[in-house]
Design a protein around this ligand. Structure first.
Ligand SMILES: Nc1nc2c(c(=O)[nH]1)N[C@H]1C(S)=C(S)[C@@H](COP(=O)(O)O)O[C@H]1N2
Ligand SMILES: [Mo]
Length: 370
């Protein structure tokens, strides 16, 4: 199916979870989720320029051709995940939250290619006394966003942008093809391990600055507010003092079976369980996934499927396991992931008003086992 991308209203959609986990590399079609705060601009690569300015010695204006030919090209496999992924689970299990009702498909695992942000910043020459507290801001001024702001933007720590191996890309390609229009053609940022909101699409400005992006999505959204921020009014005093979300937490999701399904175990009383798992920030790859069919009393280790592309620290892990399950109604299967850094998924994380970064155990609830 082909989605029509000339939309006035922001396009926000996710694939079915079974489709999503059917391939290690998420294809450039409807299997990859869409998250937009405004309409999707249709840009011409030959006219497009990315300005590099702010605290730099030599401001640059780069065409797509420049980005392709004047810098080494780098390719990574990285998951890109919306901070709101699994929000539905948080609102169902913990308490109502504000935000789009994402299920568990607001993530894609793709091959991204383009120059490294670091090489571009080195060419421009960073001009700050200390990287501490400084940020690199990304912006798209092409289309207004909801709520009246005329641009979309976000920023990451300058230190992260320059860190060896952080792999922040100014991506021109997704899975060996030019970026699709909906995913940011002709150029987007990809910040591996970080909430998708910083991976600005239709990028036209990179600014080295002494403070965070002033964009509303950096300052007044995409933060894990403390539980005392119980509603919009109460949240007001917390926005300025709560750090912007960057690293996403270790996570796992069960795709097969899905909540509410009727499942029929094999003659020996087992079912096959499959899903995906994600590491915390740059602490990947995921090294272990365990599954429980007795509400967390005992766990069985799942097999992590080794992709032909090789596992990378930024990628998701697909996994499967055969587990015994008792017959009955309202049965549940749980999953928990551990990454290379030793981060383990917890049972239930703390509630937050915007329902971001939910990483409670993966779960398939309300199963009828017949
Ligand atoms: N210009 C622009 N970039 C953007 C956004 C946007 O609305 N406008 N949404 C962000 C958010 S919140 C996410 S999760 C990712 C989604 O990327 P995708 O639509 O390619 O899946 O893009 C980010 N970059
Ligand atoms: Mo997002």
């Amino acid at each position: 199916m082909k989605t029509e991308y000339s939309v006035e209203e922001p396009l926000n959609r996710e694939p079915g979870i079974k489709d999503l986990v059917s391939s290690y590399i998420t294809p450039n079609d409807d299997t990859s989720y869409d998250r937009n705060h405004g309409p999707i601009p249709h840009l011409k690569a030959k006219d497009h320029k990315v300005k590099v300015d702010g605290n730099v010695k030599n401001p640059l204006e780069l065409s797509i051709e420049d980005l392709k030919t004047r810098f080494p090209q780098h390719e990574i496999i990285s998951a890109l995940q919306c901070a709101g992924n699994r929000r539905h689970v948080m609102r169902t299990l913990l308490k109502e939250v504000n935000g789009l009702d994402w299920f568990e498909g607001a993530v894609m695992n793709c091959k991204w290619r383009g120059p490294k942000l670091r090489d571009i910043l080195n060419k421009a020459g960073i001009d700050v006394k200390s990287a501490k507290g400084s940020h690199v801001a990304f912006a798209c001024y092409k289309v207004p966003v909801q709520g009246g702001e005329s641009w979309y933007g976000g920023s990451i720590e300058l230190e992260r942008a320059m860190r060896d191996g952080a792999d922040v890309l100014v991506a021109l390609e997704m899975n060996g093809k030019p970026l699709p229009v909906n995913h940011g053609y002709p150029v987007r940022i990809v910040v591996p391990g970080v909430s998708g909101c910083r991976s600005v699409k239709w990028l036209d400005r990179i600014t080295v600055q002494l403070e965070e992006s002033k964009n509303v999505y950096q300052r007044y959204d995409y933060k894990i507010l403390p539980p005392e921020a119980t509603d919009k009014e109460a949240a007001k005093k917390y926005w300025d003092v709560t750090p912007a979300l960057q690293d996403m937490p270790v996570n796992s999701v069960i795709a097969i079976p899905e909540t509410g399904e009727t499942v029929k175990p094999s003659a020996s009383g087992t079912i096959e369980v499959k899903g995906y798992a994600l590491p915390h920030g740059d602490q990947g790859p995921v090294v272990k996934v365990e599954v429980s069919t007795d509400d967390g009393r005992t766990w069985k280790k799942a097999e992590i499927l080794v992709p032909k592309e090789g596992q990378t620290k930024w990628a998701w892990a697909l996994w499967k396991v055969t587990v015994p399950i008792n017959k009955g109604q309202k049965r549940q299967v749980l999953s928990r992931a551990t990454d290379r850094g030793g981060n383990v998924q917890t049972d239930k994380p703390q509630w937050n008003l915007r329902g971001v970064a939910y990483n409670g155990f993966g779960e398939a609830r309300d199963l009828s086992v017949v």
